[in-house]
Write a protein that binds this ligand. Structure first.
Ligand code: NA7
Length: 555
């Protein structure tokens, strides 16, 4: 007897981080009769905040601007203890969101989807997990995360490193800094936001033997200035969440900050210093986002602010040669995502912290516990931490084998196994609003390429809302298929390019311009995210809706 066909779910969601949980929450509210299944490779909810439990992991966006605004009851219940909460506290918040809304019953953990094929005759998606189990669904919401596919450098012989080694997003769950690094010689490769947090926490742990930081590109960073939130302050925030939400919605990047409309080159030096000095002393991202409006579009303006911050770094590091190595030379401040730190530069004043400049002396090989650089120096380590980032944005989609309506892979290099040209050839994304992809019917992306990636939960809540509106449109009209035209994707691509024109950030290699030297096909810059403002993005999506979703075909 032939096996019974599996009944398709109405909606299948891959990922139980904030995107997946938010999607499930809204599906339940808006389509209560629909069947839905969330699959998640981790044993618990949380996504980014589940995986990234490295020492020192915390927000550098304000706790009060980060959560999901949809659950107003939880906003009134939840008490943030710090202005910039730690990973543990954030994870507790995400767990509480799932628990309070009884989301677990629709989530299947420890399940990794390996393939997703569109079956055009049936008008459904067919998925297979790593155990060979199949699932079918009418609609797919991909909630794979933006920075979820860890990437590690290809150092000759690295696989034979004789000490312990972890990527920052794969730390042992029971890791205790003071116990597990006691007396250890620790090495960290990478000085992005994650590396800066990790190095600071490790160096500040008195029981370690030593810390060696392997830096390829110096990174601008500025003080976080975290503080405890009092009960009274929290009561005040709870009364003003509507205002906080609106402030985020009105700002270019979805945070609590907007730029100063004046231009650096049009004000006096006193006026420049007055703004910079004030922002410098304040907690949070103001020193990135509230500076003069020309800072990230005009090289001269950027240089002025870069020089100001370089002087701050020099003042904090005792050895001028080390200070010089810590000051970026090939990109201006804020043109990459600016990490906020709590004592990072001072760690280099400690006698047991060593900086290795990989631009001067690259890592050549590994022998036993020794990392050997091109000057022949042997850096002996017990623990090696890869803070080397992610195959970002498009890289999250690589781990699933996708087959589109016309049998094409979603992503790949020019010659693919399927013998057909990938839709995102060499990672170059093509999307409509960052949410739909031509030739991939009934698939919606939360945090897909070409969406804004400022304050992430704000992007998530908006993309989920657009997805729900599209599903509602299907339900109202009895449509079972929704797909963007190629033309609409091309137009969105042009708009995304147009928004990015003139931005200094698009002249710099970083994960958000699609460059990752550890990943094949990611050596050239491309526009991976929406670099217009969040209000502009929202306006465009709303216009699409009012024009009856022009460029989107429903059947
Ligand atoms: P990032 O910002 O991509 O940083 C990765 C770091 O690792 C960066 O310093 C890289 O140097 C370094 N790296 C990567 N590959 C190598 C190799 N092969 N050799 C030496 N050094 C290397 O990732 P994060 O995890 O820090 O942060 C990602 C985002 O998470 C962050 O922007 C926040 O939004 C949260 P490079 O600069 O490429 O020379």
């Amino acid at each position: 007897m032939a096996p019974a066909k599996i009944v398709p779910y109405d909606v299948f969601i891959i990922g139980a981080g904030l995107s997946g949980l938010s999607s499930l929450y809204h599906i339940r509210k808006r389509f209560p009769s629909w069947t839905v299944r969330v699959v998640e490779s981790a044993p618990s909810v949380g996504g980014t905040w589940y995986w990234n439990c490295y020492p020192g992991a915390r927000f550098d966006s304000e706790s009060i601007s980060y959560h999901l605004f949809c659950d107003k009851e939880l906003l009134q219940e939840w008490e943030w203890s710090e202005a910039f909460a730690s990973q543990k506290e954030i994870l507790r918040y995400v767990e509480r969101f799932a628990e309070k809304n009884e989301l677990h019953s629709d989530i299947q953990f420890n399940t990794t989807i390996k393939s997703a094929h569109w079956l055009d005759d049936e008008g459904i998606w067919l998925f297979m997990d790593s155990d060979g189990v199949e699932y079918r669904a009418r609609f797919l919401i991909s909630c794979l995360g933006l920075l979820s596919n860890p990437s590690v450098p290809k150092i000759p012989n690295i696989e034979n490193f004789a000490g312990e080694a972890f990527h920052t997003s794969r730390f042992p769950k029971d890791f205790v800094l003071s116990r597990d690094l006691k007396g250890k010689r620790v090495g960290v490769i990478g000085t992005g936001s994650t590396g800066i947090q990790t190095c600071t926490a490790v160096a500040q742990e008195p029981s370690i033997e030593s810390l060696t930081v392997f830096q390829r590109t110096a990174q601008w960073a500025a003080p976080l200035r975290n503080y405890k939130i009092s009960k009274e302050q929290m009561q005040g925030y709870k009364k003003t969440y509507d205002t906080i939400k609106q402030q985020c919605a009105d700002s270019p990047q979805g945070f609590l900050y907007s730029p100063d409309p004046r231009k650096s080159l049009e004000v006096t030096e006193e006026e420049r210093l007055a703004l910079w000095d004030r922002l410098w002393e304040e907690p949070g991202f103001g020193k990135w986002m509230s500076v003069f409006s020309d800072t990230y579009v005009d090289h001269k303006a950027n240089k002025l602010y870069s020089d100001y911050v370089a002087a701050k770094i020099r003042a904090r590091v005792n050895d001028p040669t080390i200070a010089d190595k810590l000051i970026p030379k090939n990109h201006g401040i804020g043109t990459r995502r600016l990490p906020l730190e709590s004592g990072y530069f001072e760690i280099y004043n400690k006698p047991n912290v060593h900086l290795v400049d990989l631009k001067e002396t690259p890592l050549e090989t590994v022998s036993g516990k020794k990392m050997i650089t091109s000057d022949g120096k042997e850096h002996e380590l017990d623990v090696l931490i890869f803070a080397t980032g992610f195959d970002a944005i498009t890289g999250s989609f690589v781990r699933v084998d996708w087959t589109s309506k016309s049998g094409r892979p979603l992503i790949g290099t020019s010659t693919t196994e399927k013998g057909k040209r990938a839709i995102w050839l060499d990672h170059r994304p093509s999307t409509n609003m960052g949410i739909l992809v031509h030739d991939m019917p009934n698939m919606f992306m939360i945090l897909g390429p070409h969406q804004p990636f400022g304050n992430i939960p704000r992007s998530i809540e908006h993309a989920v809302q657009v997805t729900m509106d599209l599903l509602e449109h299907c339900k109202e009209h009895g449509y079972t298929r929704v797909e963007s035209t190629k033309k609409a994707c091309d137009q969105w691509g042009e708009h995304v390019l147009e928004c990015g024109r003139g931005l200094l950030s698009n002249e710099v290699d970083s994960w958000s311009t699609g460059v990752n030297t550890n990943v094949e096909g990611k050596s050239q810059r491309f526009v991976a995210k929406y670099s217009g403002s969040v209000p502009e993005y929202r306006k465009r999506c709303e216009e699409n809706k009012t024009k009856d979703w022009q460029g989107i075909v429903f059947k």
